[in-house]
Design a protein around this ligand. Structure first.
Ligand SMILES: [Zn+2]
Length: 348
């Protein structure tokens, strides 16, 4: 056992960078601290990460800290190992995360919105963010730095997500009421008129064959086989042609619409989700643009009093002026075992 642990210390040193490795080699207790972390990880048994990979992950993490020895002393090693195993997709680890972390979020999340369906949805999105590993977006759990309990780190993400989802829900339902017929539906009618006119112009700009193709496919609902036989084309050629014509039609409709509404067309195609992309500046609520919120590790460090005085002061100044971070920290206080170290800033 001792042999394997010493090997882990060397592995950590290899991935921690020269400067930090030299400091850790000198620091009394560093080897013991790494050995402790590794044995805490191993104690997860079925949910334990592969020791070599965990040591490299730990080394990488320490390489990004100012004081690797201090970070080691304060490390929540078991939680770090659990997060790492989950990020690797280990089923036993995911089950443990569900039981130790996600289940405990139901109560604080239900304070944000009482509907159980809402809480379920937040947790579902959160699970996807945390556990789904894709090449282009590795699990967000790899970002957990172990500066405080994993439960609180995940809570911060969960509360932020819930606040955003609740806001969207409120905005959508308000917007739906307003846009309904009899409300602001007249805007919709007018918009429809513009879209229809633009579409007519776009269809008119196509050549005869393409117009016939569209009519047979979308209006007469002819099968691709029948159409292919009719035009003496292979089915796949016809299908490709149809997609090209559709794309062309969309592009020309957008252009015609932009001209009707006197919008600059720009080079790129406007994104349907961001009408601002068609040339209008997206509208923002009045008031100064807020600087970006501290990330989960920083906020957790602040709540656990693990930041240096300078960092603490910077986060403090942000938190007292940011309702979202404020709600996040308040929700941490509402967990089953509240983070007692955190108290409402005196001047908030
Ligand atoms: Zn904030």
């Amino acid at each position: 056992m001792h042999g394997a642990d010493s090997e882990s210390f060397e592995r950590v040193l290899q991935s921690v960078g020269e400067r930090s490795a030299a400091r850790l080699r000198e620091a009394p207790g560093a080897r013991e601290a790494v050995e402790r972390a590794v044995s805490l990880a191993a104690a997860l048994q079925g949910a334990a990460p592969e020791p070599g990979a965990f040591a490299r992950h730990l080394g990488g993490l320490l390489s990004r800290t100012e004081d690797p020895m201090l970070a080691l002393e304060r490390l929540h090693a078991r939680d770090l190992a659990l997060a790492f195993s989950c990020a690797q997709g280990l089923p036993a680890a995911c089950a443990l995360l569900e039981q130790e972390v996600l289940l405990k979020l139901r109560v604080p999340l239900s304070r944000i919105h009482p509907s159980p369906a809402f809480v379920d949805e937040v947790l579902q999105v959160l699970r996807a963010k945390l556990l789904m590993t894709r090449v282009e977006a590795p699990s967000r759990l790899l970002g957990y730095a172990g500066t405080g309990p994993l439960l609180y780190w995940v809570s911060i993400s969960a509360v932020r997500l819930a606040l955003r989802m609740r806001k969207a829900l409120g905005e959508e339902s308000q917007a739906e009421v307003l846009a309904a017929p009899g409300g602001l539906g007249f805007v919709l009618e007018e918009a429809r008129g513009h879209v229809r006119a633009a579409l007519i112009r776009a269809v008119a700009s196509l050549n005869d064959v393409d117009r016939v193709l569209l009519r047979l496919h979308f209006v007469e609902k002819l099968s691709l086989e029948r159409m292919a036989a009719l035009f003496g084309l292979h089915k796949s050629t016809l299908s490709r042609r149809l997609s090209v014509v559709q794309a062309l039609l969309k592009k020309r409709t957008r252009r015609a619409l932009a001209e009707r509404l006197s919008l600059p067309t720009g080079s790129g195609q406007p994104d349907a989700r961001h009408p601002g992309a068609a040339g209008l500046e997206p509208l923002r609520p009045a008031g100064r643009a807020r600087e970006s919120c501290p990330d989960e590790n920083t906020l957790l460090g602040y709540a656990s009093e693990a930041l240096d005085p300078e960092g603490t002061a910077a986060v403090h100044q942000h938190v007292v002026g940011c309702p979202e971070c404020w709600s996040v920290l308040t929700a941490l206080g509402g967990l089953e075992t509240p983070l007692h170290a955190w108290q409402r800033p005196a001047d908030a």
